[in-house]
Design a protein around this ligand. Structure first.
Ligand code: ZN
Length: 269
């Protein structure tokens, strides 16, 4: 099931996206969204008698992280190498504030403090229930679904600050969407799902989740050995190689097979 959040100009609602999408989740003309009563994370899926064509609504971030977005750094060997970093021996965690989250189509604002704003296309895991100390073999029990994230990073500030907070924490630095896919088999990701990023139509990143250094169950076990995760918290699983700069006016698209495409443009702050 594809769960989205949307507005028609009124109060935002959650909805289920029905109909065909292609392998990268691009909807066709007839794709519709059926509104839901409340947030399915908390009240389950309750369909309302309200249906719209997807093209008639504006999609919003499909989840509002209740407490945190946990990023994982250097989780693809080739990406660690391209930035001159050693491979981690355990997952490297950092936070993005929940205020950095924006939705599909929202602008990524280019802050004046940086001269090197990078995209990082990533698979995002949405947590479905309160959990801590989750063993890897039970990790799938706490997953609500998967969406696409862009871990926008001010690379120069990341280098100069050492700490990642400022470099990854600006408002609009965590686009999520276009929806949450709840039915994907996590094994699917172990076997490898393509993660691609296009900048103004040019392919920049073309990775596979088969190349994750630490797989999703390992990440959930590791994170929850440190901190409690709440429903709606998000884990960004790391970015493949090919990260690079964006300029004001650029359009960045992150596509994950089986989920869809997350598109945002860079705007002057
Ligand atoms: Zn990242």
């Amino acid at each position: 099931m594809r769960i989205a959040r949307f507005t028609t100009g009124e109060e935002p609602l959650y909805g289920v996206v029905t109909g065909d999408v292609d392998q990268f989740g691009e909807p066709d003309e007839d794709t519709t969204i059926v509104a839901l009563a409340g947030d399915p994370l908390y009240v389950g899926v309750k369909l309302l008698q309200q249906e719209h064509r997807l093209s008639d609504v504006r999609l919003l971030a499909p989840v509002l992280p209740r407490s945190k977005v946990v990023g994982i750094g250097r989780n693809y060997a080739a990406h660690a190498a391209e930035l001159g970093n050693d491979l981690p021996t355990e997952p490297l965690m950092f936070f993005k504030p929940n205020t950095s989250v924006v939705g599909p189509g929202d602008p990524i604002f280019y802050p004046w403090q940086t001269q090197d704003l990078h995209f990082e296309g990533e698979l995002a895991v949405v947590i479905g229930r309160i959990c801590r100390d989750v063993p890897p073999e039970q990790a799938t029990d706490v997953i609500h679904g998967y969406t696409i994230g862009n871990d926008v990073t001010a690379r120069d500030l990341q280098r100069s600050d050492v700490q990642f907070t400022r470099a990854k924490g600006f408002d609009s630095f965590c686009p999520l969407g276009p929806w949450i896919e709840t039915d994907l088999d996590p094994q699917h990701f172990a076997d490898g799902v393509r993660v691609q990023t296009h900048l103004n139509g040019d392919l920049k990143q073309d990775g596979s989740t088969a190349d994750l250094i630490f797989d999703i169950p390992t990440l959930i076990a590791h994170v929850t050995s440190v901190m409690t995760l709440l429903p709606g918290d998000v884990i960004l699983t790391g970015t493949p190689e090919g990260v690079g700069p964006m300029q004001v006016g650029d359009e960045v698209e992150v596509s994950i097979a089986g989920i869809g495409t997350l598109t945002n443009k860079v705007a002057q702050r």
